[in-house]
Design a protein around this ligand. Structure first.
Ligand code: ADP
Length: 300
């Protein structure tokens, strides 16, 4: 009945990474390693993660008419994502300038570029993608007005999944559509704001639910996750792995959860699967490069 299991509406960035002995201070120049360029951005990452698991996936995003835009389109197509909804032009492709020191600490400057030009009108113009998709997922690396427009574009039978990253306070209209709202500890605290009166994830989930979402998932890194709905709260255990690089774990988790929900899994079942996908992703370096196939998840 649906052409797509998942429509991701979100960002696509080129991550430009340079290794340095020491991150530069104000007015300072340091020499670093050769430049590494990786496809990234939360929207692009989630679309690739879902497609690699076998999800029929489309991406609605905006990139520039430039080499980084082409790199991003290529990585989506290679993973099997339908890029019919990727708009080209209007501003340079979004980039993240990342310096990483030997301890793994980094400094990042993001130029949203074309991501900041993914406008509500672009969302309205993609109505056919919304009608063709079982689940719609988004994040906050595109304008909040456009996220509001995504919520207004949902069909009565579709399901909306939001990972509010980078976090900011959310309008009630957006919160009420989430099923689920997926947050890590930092995102939970920002979305709750003054209402965050506890250090317990169960309390965050309960307080978040009271703000309107139909369900909530709190991801807890190596501790797994927690799912909450009006029926109650349950812990999802993590899979023990040797973590090498946690970049993109949250994106892999969100994509897997959205995909399994669309296939009819319960929230707890989908989160258990997503925890395995997140665990598999941390066993390899990088973001998109680290996302597992369904076979690799089964083998874990
Ligand atoms: P984010 O990247 O958004 O901060 P988390 O770090 O909570 O998200 O990771 C998302 C999910 O990936 C977790 O809920 C967990 O299931 C899995 N995960 C992350 N880190 C590990 C780890 N070290 N070991 C096993 N699973 C992990």
């Amino acid at each position: 009945m649906y052409d797509y299991d998942l429509l991701v509406v979100g960002s696509a960035n080129a991550d430009l990474v340079i290794g340095v002995e020491r991150r530069p201070g104000a007015g300072e120049t340091v020499l670093g390693s050769d430049l590494a360029v990786h496809p990234g951005g939360k929207g692009a990452n989630q679309a690739v993660a879902a497609a690699r698991l076998g999800s029929r996936t489309a991406l609605l995003a905006r990139v520039g008419d430039d080499a980084y835009g082409r790199l991003l389109l290529d990585s989506q197509r290679e993973a099997g994502v339908d890029t019919v909804g990727v708009l080209v032009g209007g501003a340079p492709t979004g980039v993240a300038l990342i310096t990483v020191d030997p301890s793994g600490d980094n400094s990042i400057v993001v130029s949203p570029g074309a991501n900041g030009r993914l406008a509500p009108a672009d969302v309205r113009a993609a109505a056919c993608l919304f009608h063709a998709s079982r689940v719609i997922s988004t994040q906050l690396e595109i304008p909040l007005d456009s996220v509001v427009e995504v919520v207004r574009s949902l069909t009565p039978d579709s399901r909306f999944v939001l990972n509010p990253s980078p976090p900011q306070p959310l309008p009630p209209e957006v919160l009420a559509a989430c099923d689920p709202l997926i947050v890590n500890e930092h995102e939970a605290k920002v979305v709750l704001g003054d209402a965050c009166v506890s250090e317990q994830p169960e309390d965050w989930a309960r307080l978040l639910l009271a703000k309107g979402p139909r369900s909530v998932v709190v991801t807890l890194g190596a501790e797994g996750a927690l799912v909450a709905s009006p029926d109650g709260t349950a812990r999802v255990s993590s899979v023990k792995v040797d973590a090498v690089d946690t970049t993109g774990a949250g994106d892999a988790f969100t994509a897997a959860l959205a995909f399994r929900l669309g296939a009819g899994a319960s929230l707890a079942e989908a989160a258990a699967y997503a925890a395995r996908v997140g665990a598999a992703a941390v066993t390899r370096e990088g973001a998109q490069e680290s996302f597992p196939t369904a076979e690799e998840v089964d083998a874990l």
